[in-house]
Unconditional design. Structure first.
Length: 162
């Protein structure tokens, strides 16, 4: 077994940082600010903190209050995290490792909520800008990670077919 590559270690460290930031902010929103579901607090300009329990996936897609859906989504998050952890060990480019770390951290952050709280805690509300979803740090990390992967793929030179 080979030693952990710097890129893989970086991806794992970034994932851990995302998890800690995500869970820390959620703890502050729920416990420190004492927001109750649906309550809102103005932050700055169009941004508000609005506490929402999300029974779906990122940005509220696939909403369902069925218990089986909670556990199906939790199981899916575990599988995605395992696949990403394996992929991180094979990442040969820094942007790939960065993206994997962001997505993995976001997946685990939302998984923790789903298992511990029954739903994902969302709170970033910029609906005044016509963005229809309330989201969280984990959702943002997943989104940025996917964008990094897409941009990297689009900008990578194509290898000739063999």
């Amino acid at each position: 077994m080979s030693a952990l590559s710097r890129r893989a270690a970086g991806a794992y460290a970034l994932a851990l940082a995302v998890i800690l930031l995500d869970q820390g902010v959620k703890h502050w929103i729920v416990g420190g600010l004492g927001l109750t579901p649906g309550s809102s607090l103005p932050v700055w300009g169009p941004m508000r903190l609005t506490l929402v329990a999300n029974n779906g996936i990122s940005y509220g897609f696939l909403q369902s209050s069925a218990a089986w859906m909670r556990w199906a989504l939790a199981g899916f998050s575990v599988l995605v995290t395992i696949a990403l952890a394996i992929w991180a060990r094979r990442a040969d480019k820094a942007p790939t490792a960065l993206a994997i770390g962001l997505i993995m951290g976001g997946a685990v952050g939302n998984l923790i909520d789903r298992v511990a709280r029954g739903a994902v805690v969302d709170f970033v509300d910029i609906t005044a800008l016509r963005f229809p979803w309330v989201f969280n740090v984990a959702d943002s990390a997943i989104t940025v990670g996917i964008i990094v992967l897409l941009v990297e793929n689009l900008l990578s030179p194509r290898q000739p077919d063999a």
